[in-house]
Design a protein around this ligand. Structure first.
Ligand code: HEC
Ligand code: HEC
Ligand SMILES: [Cu+2]
Length: 493
């Protein structure tokens, strides 16, 4: 049952799938209930009709009744269907309300649709990654690849990084999109949800037993719409905890910043290009005129290498910002590759270290050990301009995913900071909220250094359309952080 999509295709099963969640079972039961109501009505109506046609036929000498307008009959044939409809609406409404009830969830995952991959943010423990079509399917799907799709396991239904969730936990999903409309659908869960730019949709699931569940994007979202599958792996709590630990450790490790030879950069860049760039710029770099510029002969690629790196890190229009998706070494490789392949022969290169310096500061750089070390040493006061400049960087790497670049937020889920009563009100209340978090707003008391924390508070109050004209010094934050209870390492509960 777990591989429902594939078995459905292979066996042409007659009925709907039952799925693996209580909601999907409710939906299935509803479907069966209504099916049986229809079957009974069908038998009664057609039974009465065929009986009448046969036993009251003309050749037996029956005469048709000639009456017109019978109030009793009309009342009966209005009331009975009304009662049936109301009786069916009660369980249907109950199921719909239950589907929408995301209260009391144990954890939240933010799902963002991109052309053509999914981004997952675990709001409770900070795990974050992108999930795209797996390498084997991607190779086989290319025109003229010569690979038989039937030889590829889970063809077009496999990803590089599956979404991992614990069993026996109520998991809330919030959905949005970064570019166009997408829709997240795992049939085994019993629902699908649209992921729309600028909007937040919610849904939840609760899975009893471990398993692997597959699905797809079900909104026409551009040329590779058919190539953004979903894989969810449900694990028992201990396995899930181990996965969280491992994933966090890997994220902390960061990229290798060793210098690489020109040839190494180019040859590794080819694979990164084919995975991340060829969907738009095409495998041969010729692009799609009018939509995606050609890489071969591009003035940007032949021009200043730092300007090109900047464009790839920060994006522009329909070009996604890869600073968040790729690591410094991968970015250096793909940039060097575009300049020395696909018809270009610029002959230069960029090293991972140079790219790392251009990247927005990652949250890994502000990880816990640094805070602990810093707590002891006193921190120096900073000027307002210094605070604002640092605050901008801290804001970009820690806050934009929810409050957006201009502080406009994503109401009603993520409030705007521009004009926010909290930000324009008492600074101590704002600090308290940001130290400890509130609802879906993570607490930053343990994850940001005192200076970064003070800077981002000052930034929100004097930028993003606000002009409160006050500031807070790192030393004040440091004292407050020292008073906070110790960080709970196992924070996904
Ligand atoms: C979702 C589609 C998409 C993907 C994926 C994508 N790009 Fe782009 N790219 C664009 C668009 C659209 C532009 C034009 C941006 C503009 O100028 O408004 C662009 C512009 C560029 C340019 C500048 C070209 C010029 O002459 O203006 C370069 C260089 C580039 N992309 C490299 C890459 C690299 C390297 C990757 C992979 C790491 C990549 N792109 C992935 C859509 C994409
Ligand atoms: C995971 C999403 C998320 C991130 C990341 C995030 N916030 Fe929030 N933030 C929220 C939510 C949700 C609320 C509303 C909390 C509530 O009132 O229940 C909020 C509320 C706030 C408020 C109060 C605004 C108001 O008018 O109620 C401020 C100020 C704020 N956040 C600042 C920040 C800053 C600064 C950062 C980065 C250091 C940040 N947030 C990062 C989700 C987030
Ligand atoms: Cu899509």
């Amino acid at each position: 049952m777990a591989l429902g999509l594939e078995t459905a295709q292979a066996e042409y099963k007659l009925n709907l799938m039952q799925g693996v969640t209580k909601l999907s079972h409710d939906v299935y039961d509803l479907h069966m209930l209504i099916l049986w109501v229809c079957v009974v009505i069908g038998i009664l109506v057609f039974g009465a009709m065929f009986y009448s046609i046969y036993y009251h036929r003309k050749s037996k000498g029956h005469q048709a009744a000639q009456f017109h307008e019978n109030t009793t009959v009309e009342i009966i044939w209005t009331i009975i269907p009304t009662l049936i409809l109301v009786a069916m609406a009660i369980p249907a409404t109950k199921t719909l309300l239950e589907m929408d009830d995301v209260q009391d969830s144990d954890m939240s995952i933010k799902v963002t649709g991109w052309q053509w991959k999914w981004e997952y943010d675990y709001l409770d423990n900070g795990i974050h990654f992108f999930s795209s079509l797996d390498e084997a399917s991607n190779k086989a799907r290319q025109i003229g690849s010569g690979i038989d799709p039937r030889s590829v396991p889970h063809y077009l239904l496999n990803v590089d990084h599956p979404l991992v969730i614990p069993t026996k936990k109520k998991i809330r999903f919030v959905f949005t999109a970064a570019d166009v409309l997408h829709s997240w659908w795992v049939p085994d869960f019993g629902w699908k949800k649209d992921a729309n730019p600028g909007f937040i949709n919610e849904a939840w699931t609760y899975i009893e037993k471990p398993g692997t569940f597959r699905g797809q994007c079900t909104e026409l979202c551009g040329k590779d719409h058919g190539f953004m599958p979903i894989v969810v792996i449900a694990m028992d709590q201990p396995d899930y905890d181990a996965w969280v630990k491992k994933t966090k450790e890997e994220a902390q490790k960061g990229p290798s910043l060793e210098n690489q030879s020109h040839d190494e950069l180019v040859s590794k860049g080819a694979a990164i290009y084919s995975k991340n760039c060829s969907t738009c710029h095409l495998p041969d770099g010729k692009g799609v005129p009018g939509a995606f510029p050609a890489i071969g002969g591009s003035a940007v690629v032949k021009g200043d290498i730092n300007a090109q790196a900047n464009l790839i890190i920060n994006g522009k229009g329909g070009m996604p910002a890869f600073g968040k998706m790729l690591k410094a070494d991968e970015l250096a490789q793909v940039i060097t590759y575009t300049r020395n392949a696909l018809g270009n022969t610029v002959g230069d290169e960029i090293q991972p270290k140079a790219v790392q310096e251009m990247l927005p500061k990652t949250s890994a750089a502000a990880a816990k050990p640094a805070v602990v070390a810093e707590k002891a040493a006193p921190v120096a006061d900073m000027s307002k301009d210094e605070l604002l400049a640092l605050g901008q960087t801290v804001y970009t790497s820690n806050c934009v995913s929810c409050h957006q670049a201009e502080g406009q937020g994503n109401p009603p889920m993520f409030p705007a900071l521009k004009g926010s009563a909290v930000v324009t009100g008492d600074i101590n209340k704002q600090i308290d909220l940001m130290l400890n978090g509130k609802g879906m707003m993570p607490g930053f008391g343990h994850s940001l250094k005192a200076a970064d924390f003070a800077a981002v508070v000052t930034f929100t109050r004097n930028a993003l359309g606000n002009s409160v004209n006050d500031l807070v010094q790192p030393s004040t934050i440091q004292k407050l952080q020292a008073e906070m209870p110790a960080a709970n390492d196992d924070d996904e509960d």
